[in-house]
Write a protein that binds this ligand. Structure first.
Ligand SMILES: NC(=O)c1ccc[n+]([C@@H]2O[C@H](COP(=O)([O-])OP(=O)(O)OC[C@H]3O[C@@H](n4cnc5c(N)ncnc54)[C@H](OP(=O)(O)O)[C@@H]3O)[C@@H](O)[C@H]2O)c1
Length: 251
């Protein structure tokens, strides 16, 4: 039993190291002045992963902020929202033609893509993001904001001990590795980008983002945040240059 535990700790530490080395290590600079590259409301924004937890928050909060929203969904009926400034289009991030059609004409793209196919290894996040980035670059999208997770790059280990030693190495190793690929593709693209790394996501009302930037999260305790707060922070990144080209954590 003790031997098994030791093997798990060694494997988990090696994976954390790989996620740190493989993932993005941002250069955070003091708040920059507005470059005008952002997209002030009313803008045209595409929400990818719109039927998901964060995605739904992104759609409703973007509408509240006055944006014209396009929601990309594999099953448009699954969104169940109607609004004069909301268009729901059928699409799959793995299908380049549907991605291209959805991205065309958008000022900003908000990505809250996720899935539950943890085994076998998949490239849904990275390949989907590759397609989005290709279309965004081709159509001159002014900003992409993408949700990944704490636990990658310079935030490795910051999902707390339970995630570092058990959840990520045992349940989510391939999923997190695909997030590493996803972040690297974004960082290498010429589309102006912000990556947002939350702790564990909770449903429920906004409580306000207490901490954001580098050093967010804990090596011991699992940090948490409401999806509603992540969505609000992501929407803020459309208009702010404070984290342009960086991957702040949020909790
Ligand atoms: N859960 C946590 O505690 C936690 C912590 C940190 C970070 N995160 C990350 O945060 C992100 C958002 O998580 P969430 O729980 O809010 O989202 P979610 O409920 O898992 O929703 C994911 C969305 O992605 C969509 N999607 C999946 N595959 C797609 C495809 N091929 N084409 C188009 N859309 C596709 C889903 O559409 P369908 O409705 O069609 O499936 C859904 O709308 C994920 O990347 C997740 O890993 C989660």
């Amino acid at each position: 039993m003790l031997r098994l535990l030791l093997v798990l700790v060694i494997y988990a530490s090696a994976l954390s190291l790989a996620l740190w080395r493989g993932g993005l290590r941002s250069r955070f600079s003091p708040a920059r002045t507005a470059s005008g590259a952002g997209v002030a409301p009313p803008a045209r924004v595409l929400v990818v992963g719109a039927t998901g937890g964060t995605g739904r928050e992104l759609v409703s909060q973007a509408l509240e902020r006055g944006h014209h929203v396009t929601a990309l969904a594999r099953n448009p009926l699954g969104l169940g929202m109607e609004h004069p400034r909301l268009a729901v289009v059928r699409g799959d991030v793995l299908d380049r033609a549907s991605v291209d059609a959805a991205v065309r004409g958008q000022d900003g793209v908000l990505v809250a893509l996720g899935h539950r196919r943890y085994f076998p290894p998949s490239r849904i996040l990275s390949e989907g993001t590759r397609n989005l980035l290709g279309a965004a670059a081709a159509h001159g999208t002014r900003r992409m904001v993408c949700e990944t997770s704490l636990g990658i790059g310079d935030s490795a280990g910051r999902m707390g001990l339970a995630y570092t030693l058990f959840v990520i190495p045992v349940v989510l190793p391939f999923y997190y590795w695909d997030k590493v690929r996803q972040e690297r593709l974004i960082a290498a693209s010429r589309v102006p980008w912000v990556i947002v790394r939350p702790g564990v996501l909770r449903n429920g009302a906004k409580r306000g983002v207490r901490r954001h930037g580098p050093g967010v999260g804990s090596f011991l305790w699992t940090p948490a945040i409401a999806r509603a707060d992540v969505a609000a922070f992501m929407l803020d990144q459309l208009t702010s240059d404070a984290y342009l080209g960086a991957a702040p954590g949020v909790s």
